[in-house]
Design a protein around this ligand. Structure first.
Ligand SMILES: *Cc1c(COP(=O)(O)O)cnc(C)c1O
Length: 395
């Protein structure tokens, strides 16, 4: 029998957001109060500054902030007039929002299987799905939506080659992966547009909802700016806008939505962006510590060759996952399952097509994966307690 191990802390949070809040200290108080007292609560100067800083961080020409990561996916789809009859290829092993934004437009998600080692979209399965849709003739292939699941970049060199070869747009859903790189390049480098979410639990989160898009495409930026502000007239809408003589907000060029980011959230994100590169280093240190402590105990994650993950999740695999999770719970070690039911098996999405041969890898992984606590503020003592807990539970 193992001697009972006692938890070093009263309870271990799955993601310790308040530890980072304490680390940021008064900088946040000051940034928030400055935004409150300046009175420009919507589209204040902090929003424009954040957009500049996000574009610089993600190495893209342009960035627009928006209300959340789901809208960030809808903005390019709406800007490109994606709709009924169009196919958008995406993984099924992802958060619902990936497919949700596609279905909003009336287009059809086509679910594609994943690679067994990285959980990201399989380029081979993607090509087979595109070919099958073309053969079928019911839907027109338009867009590929790759996901940087758990923080690591999708296989962008292969996927962007396919996008070019088949004349498709490529969206990088980097809600979990903003800040990740592959061969030193950010997802925006390979895609037409990369999106992210500032939901608090994401690697770069704010204190509410938020999101952003990053792109090198100036016209697309204008169109997405229009869509996020009720379809307002923008430069590329032509001379009508220049000659309008009133606030272009009141010239409606298309049906858009309201997806602005609050100035207060932008002010918080500017402070968090200052420490974000360091946070990614800390997250990688925590991932390395898990990999060393759990090697041979559970199946530890594998990052694509040349990739740097932001470790939105530290996801491992075990045969007897549910028993293991139960045992960890008894040791006050929180876990989470991302994702227990893949989208193509969900009530809301099971009528949409999948690639040929179905999604065997996705279905197998959904029964095996679970995630351990990780954050930039996970201290070694707590992490060792988690590692010991997993080892003991499996002993
Ligand atoms: C969180 C998430 C989103 C949606 O972001 P929200 O800000 O919650 O709308 C989209 N895609 C993926 C992969 C996500 O993890």
């Amino acid at each position: 029998m193992n001697a009972p191990v006692t938890s070093p802390v009263k309870s271990i949070p799955f993601i310790d957001l308040l530890a980072q809040r304490r680390r940021l200290g008064e900088r946040i108080d000051q940034a928030v109060m400055a935004a409150v007292n300046a009175g420009q609560w919507i589209m204040g100067p902090q929003v424009a500054e954040l957009e500049r800083r996000l574009a610089a961080f993600g190495e893209s020409r342009f960035s627009l902030a928006c209300a959340n990561g789901t809208d960030a996916l809808a903005l390019p789809l709406m800007a490109w007039n994606i709709g009924p009859g169009d196919a958008v290829f995406c993984p099924s092993f992802t958060f619902t929002a990936t497919a949700e934004a596609i279905a909003w437009t009336g287009a059809s998600p086509v679910f594609v299987d994943i690679l067994p080692d990285t959980y990201n979209m399989s380029p081979q399965a993607l090509e087979a799905a595109i070919e099958a849709v073309m053969r079928d003739g019911d839907l027109e292939p338009r867009v590929i939506m790759a996901v940087d699941l758990f923080g690591q970049p999708a296989d962008y060199p292969a996927i962007s080659d396919l996008a070019r070869q088949y004349g498709l747009k490529l969206i990088a859903d980097s809600a979990q992966g903003f800040g990740c790189t592959l061969h030193g390049k950010h997802p925006a480098h390979w895609s037409d547009v990369a999106t992210t979410s500032f939901f608090p639990a994401k690697p770069l989160g704010c204190y509410g909802d938020g999101g952003a898009v990053l792109t090198d495409d100036e016209t697309l930026t204008e169109l997405m700016d229009s869509v996020r502000i009720h379809g307002k007239g923008v430069k590329c809408d032509g001379p009508l806008v220049a000659e309008f003589g009133h606030d272009p907000k009141y010239l409606t060029a298309r049906i858009g939505m309201n997806s602005r980011l609050d100035t207060i959230q932008a002010a918080i994100l500017l402070e968090k962006l200052n420490i974000f590169a360091d946070d990614i280093v800390r997250r990688n240190a925590a991932a390395d510590r898990y990999a060393a402590g759990l090697a041979g105990v559970v199946q530890t994650p594998k990052v694509i060759e040349g990739g740097v993950s932001t470790w939105a999740q530290y996801t491992v695999e075990a045969e007897n996952r549910d028993a293991l999770i139960h045992s960890l719970k008894g040791r006050n070690i929180p876990t989470a399952v991302y994702y227990p039911v893949p989208l193509h098996q969900q009530m809301a999405y099971r009528h949409f097509p999948t690639g040929p041969g179905g999604l065997p890898v996705t279905e197998a992984k959904a029964n095996r994966v679970f995630s351990l606590p990780i954050s930039a503020d996970l201290d070694p003592e707590t992490q060792d307690y988690v590692i010991e807990g997993v080892r003991a539970a499996l002993a």
